[in-house]
Design a protein around this ligand. Structure first.
Ligand code: ACO
Ligand code: LMR
Length: 271
């Protein structure tokens, strides 16, 4: 009798066995060619979520990717990528050093923002109760605060995403709640705005709810880091740009100016 070998891997998103490979059952040409009218938002909805999202949702995903593609050379990730490229490393090596900075402070506060704002709203916390709750946990509220953006120097990316949602989402209850929190945090300090990470995380929850996802599935997306992946995918475009820029400019190896470092070394004591 035939003995079936057990499989070591399972794949539920794409298939390359036929004449033309597919993304969630759709031949690549049916989403890749310009004549299909499909974009990166459609490719992401197929490969990440195995669903065909309506146009307003794929347009939102695409708007997010384009919005976070770059924010100049000074941010942690671009800086790392540039320094690595100047040390003579390859595109992929330089890119990953940039990506590795994406986390709870930079670009990777999206899942955390979705998680905490959703918890606060689901449990009917007032903004003041939410701030108190986060203070007790001893962590800054993910999605709040920016180094250079503030009420006086607003982040137009945030405005763009909010305007898109106002025009295209059926409703935005979590964003509406988050804005009441922002009103309180900015009354304490003007740079404690709802930042681009927070806006993306919160609007993704509003999007998934409007698409009819059950709460458990949204919680699973958040727990598995799905939301930060939008920043990772988008900012990869910018980091590659910075690496290619370094190569084009043939910049020499970088060494940090010593006068910008406080050297404070004590002679080690014997133990
Ligand atoms: N929640 C509550 N309080 C905050 C927050 C926050 N998210 N961010 C800053 N504060 C407070 C600090 O506790 C501090 O208070 P103190 O002066 O009483 O000690 C004060 O604001 C200044 O804090 P810093 O950490 O020095 O603020 P900075 O402007 O350097 O930090 C940062 C900016 C790192 C983004 C910070 O606001 C933060 O950690 N936010 C949460 C993480 C986040 O959303 N990151 C994504 C940013 S957007 C992006 O990277 C694409
Ligand atoms: C970014 O998108 O990289 C930023 O919001 C971070 C920054 O400090 O500009």
């Amino acid at each position: 009798p035939k003995v079936r070998r057990s499989k070591q891997f399972i794949c539920t998103i794409s298939d390359d066995r036929g004449e033309e490979a597919t993304y969630a059952g759709f031949p690549i040409s049916s989403v890749a060619l310009p004549s299909t009218g499909k974009g990166i938002g459609d490719v992401i909805s197929l490969l990440w979520f195995k669903k065909q999202y309506p146009k307003w949702a794929t347009d939102f995903i695409e708007t997010v990717i384009k919005t976070v593609a770059d924010h100049g050379p000074a941010v942690s990730g671009a800086h790392n990528a540039k320094v690595t490229a100047r040390a003579g490393k390859s595109v992929v090596e330089s890119l990953v050093t940039g990506l590795l900075t994406i986390g709870p402070r930079f670009g990777g506060a999206i899942d955390g923002a979705a998680e905490h704002f959703k918890y606060a709203d689901d449990n009917g916390l007032t903004p003041a109760e939410f701030l108190n709750h986060m203070k007790k946990q001893g962590i800054p509220i993910p999605g709040i605060g920016h180094r250079i953006k503030s009420l006086k120097n607003p982040d137009l990316r945030v405005k763009g995403l909010m305007d898109f949602a106002a025009e295209n989402f059926p409703k935005t209850p979590l964003l509406d709640y988050a804005r009441t929190v922002e009103a309180l945090t900015t009354s304490k300090k003007e740079n404690l705005i709802l930042n681009v990470d927070g806006t993306i995380g919160i609007l993704m929850v509003d999007m998934w709810r409007a698409l009819g996802y059950p709460e458990e599935e949204i919680n699973e997306f958040i727990a598995s880091g799905t939301l930060n992946a939008f920043f990772i995918a988008g900012r990869t475009i910018g980091f590659i740009g910075h690496v290619l820029d370094e190569k084009r400019l043939a910049m020499p190896m970088y060494r940090h100016p010593m006068d910008d470092i406080l050297y404070d070394v004590q002679k080690a004591e014997e133990i």
